[in-house]
Design a protein around this ligand. Structure first.
Ligand code: CS2
Length: 499
């Protein structure tokens, strides 16, 4: 529509009469942070916290350079470039109201495949103090089967052979850190914002595995000059739909090619280990703690695993959004039993956290009918999510001889999901780096359910645990023979669903 105002730096004055916009002078900002992965989550989280800080204070050191690392990131790169890094954040409140604001903290954008050296130079620049990452769980290139860095990945092989034209984050970081060392510059912080237990330490472990082969003499420099704080990040951020773009136009007359939608809740808990300094994020609600592990454990095994439960079961029921699945009484009882009986006993004492309230708040967040978080989004890349979100609960429960029935049921449901069609004939979209093997093993499981557990890079040695295999096989047979609805009712029966 013609009367819509295209969002960019020039139109900001006009747009600020309609919705909240940056009040700080963006042209004065230096780039203190390079962020890899400028998808919705980063833009609803770190970029928002930083935008708030820039609003509230007169600091100018913490502009963000957003890097699109992958070939298929062209669209977001072009959009942000056209819009001078600006975008609208649309918070979908619990009562359905929309709170909109334009975020201005991303002041530069780079597209790595177009100019890898520029990205390496930017990461190595002396102004840059933090390189933060949202590269997804699978992006860390960890092989569950061997418990090590996956050197067989052809992209890693490519980076080893072409160090100046890398394709993976490991190639980029190695070259950038090497430049810093060679130029006698200070180190920086590498800050993971992905959903992984001990994400900072994990990022370090994976990076050092790569560096050990690519540039072994860099290891001691990294140890002394780079810090890797662990963090727990949280904000439900569904994929933006064409309808969201239209709603923004209709309600505000703003033409933003890629706004971000998210829930009102947000949380960021970080270990305060920033070797080159950091923004005063604590002034805008970020919690700095000594040990983030308990928070991470709680979030990964309740929120993220809860999502996977709703996503996988929801797909088998034929739902397409998380709130639809959460509003089904049987799925909701299943989730409550899983959280209460199987996850809670593994969490131990979480000092300072009211776990019951946390679980209740999750039920409320999952049920937000305005968010319309896509089941497809939640189920995507499950092969990387399940080992982080669900398997740790199973391992601990097996050691403690606690109940694993609901957890095993989820894995069985995932095996059935991976066939790619549910019992009502609906096609399921499987977006997963391991799509082919998942599908092959899922089909083989029809004859022998244990075939699915043979995918060692997901399930490790779980197939050797009789207690787990029995529970999994029972659940699998029950779903196949009685259908998903009846089998969920069965597994819930006679178990108290006290979260
Ligand atoms: C989700 C997360 O990807 C997933 O499976 O559970 O994206 C989740 O929405 C965020 O971690 C919320 O903080």
């Amino acid at each position: 529509m013609e009367h819509n105002i295209k969002l960019n730096q020039k139109s900001l004055g006009e747009i600020s009469k309609i919705i909240s916009c940056p009040t700080y002078d963006r042209s004065q900002l230096k780039t203190g942070i390079v962020h890899i992965g400028i998808g919705g989550f980063h833009r609803a989280h770190e970029a928002l916290y930083t935008d708030q800080l820039l609003h509230d204070s007169s600091v100018t050191d913490w502009g963000i350079c957003g890097v699109a690392l992958l070939d298929f990131d062209t669209k977001i790169y072009n959009t942000l470039k056209e819009q001078d890094g600006l975008y609208t954040l649309m918070v979908k409140e619990l009562d359905g109201t929309l709170t909109k604001r334009v975020i201005g903290s991303i002041v530069e954008c780079l597209y790595a495949p177009e100019n890898p050296l520029k990205v390496i130079e930017k990461m190595a620049s002396s102004e840059v103090k933090i390189i933060s990452l949202t590269i997804t769980e699978g992006g860390y290139n960890y092989d569950e089967a061997t418990g090590t860095f996956n050197f067989k990945n052809p992209l890693i092989q490519h980076d080893l052979e072409n160090p100046h034209e890398p394709k993976t984050i490991f190639g980029y970081l190695t070259q950038a850190l090497k430049l810093r060392k060679v130029r006698g510059l200070k180190g920086c912080t590498i800050q993971s914002c992905d959903n992984i237990q001990g994400n900072g330490h994990f990022a370090k472990k994976m990076l050092l595995s790569y560096v050990q082969v690519a540039e072994p003499e860099l290891i001691t420099w990294i140890d002394a000059n780079v810090s890797f704080p662990n963090a727990m990040v949280d904000r439900i951020t569904p994929s933006t739909s064409p309808l969201d773009i239209e709603i923004l136009k209709e309600t505000s007359g703003i033409d933003d090619a890629w706004p971000v939608v998210c829930e009102p809740f947000k949380q960021w808990v970080i270990e305060d280990d920033f070797i080159a300094g950091r923004p005063a994020w604590e002034t805008v609600g970020v919690q700095f703690v000594e040990d983030v592990v308990p928070y991470e454990k709680m979030k990964l095994s309740l929120l993220n695993a809860g999502h996977s439960v709703l996503g996988i079961l929801g797909a088998l029921y034929g739902y397409s959004t998380i709130d639809e699945a959460a509003s089904n009484g049987d799925i909701s009882s299943f989730l409550r039993i899983y959280m209460g009986n199987e996850v809670t006993p593994t969490l131990g004492d979480l000092e300072g956290v009211n776990l019951k309230n946390y679980k209740f708040s999750l039920i409320q967040r999952f049920g937000n009918t305005y968010i319309k978080d896509q089941i497809d989004r939640i189920c995507s890349q499950s092969s990387a999510k399940i080992p982080i979100f669900i398997l740790p609960t199973i391992y601990t429960q097996l050691v403690n001889k606690g109940s694993i029935d609901h957890a095993a049921f989820i894995i069985a449901a995932f095996a059935i999901y991976s066939v790619g069609v549910n019992e009502f004939g609906t096609q399921l979209i499987i977006k997963d780096a391991m799509e082919t093997v998942l599908n092959e093993k899922a089909i083989a499981s029809r004859k022998n359910p244990e075939a699915f557990l043979e995918i060692e890079s997901i399930f490790g040695k779980l197939k050797n645990d009789k207690m787990f295999v029995d529970a999994y096989t029972n659940a699998y047979q029950n779903i196949v023979h009685n259908g998903i609805e009846k089998s969920v009712k069965d597994i819930n029966s006679n178990v108290l669903n006290e979260i």
